[in-house]
Write a protein that binds this ligand. Sequence first.
Ligand SMILES: [Mg+2]
Length: 183
Amino acid sequence: MNKKLIIFTDIGDTIIDETTEVRREKFGVVYSAACLPGAKETFLDLYRQGYTIVMVADGLEKSFHNTMEENGLDHIFSEWVISEQIGIEKPSPLMFATAMQRMGLTDADKHRVIMVGNNLARDMVGANRFGIRSVHMCCSDRYPVKASGPEEEPTWCIHHPEELLPLVDRLEKQLEGAAEQVC
Ligand SMILES: [Mg+2]
């Protein structure tokens, strides 16, 4: 059975460890990078469980192809929504609206979409303004870890990628329970 929960995810410091990124020039294409500990296993597990995973990331298309292929994660994404293609970065609602549209989702599906990301000002603000729930992947202190206002408040906060698994499991069960009640 298809899972009801749909996972939008950032990449940098959410799946990829940005401190390992190899570029030939500053702000250029990322040629190589390693995953955060546990991130690859977590996302592969979610994919194998049947969750729909959509990349919603700021950066250059080539960087994401390079790093996802290198880490064996390029097959897990149903769609790749990348700021270079869209012409604007998160928190723009266009990034999230494009992800919804490409997946054939409407406003009625927003309750079953979560956005996972490390960046309060981009990922959490973007999700909050767009009207979807958010998971703050708070694995490092390279970015602010405390919300500066209500728009930056995540719905949930996790400190290790693996913590996504029980959270997703719980949310999926809630959605399945709600669907049974309607039927
Ligand atoms: Mg990021």
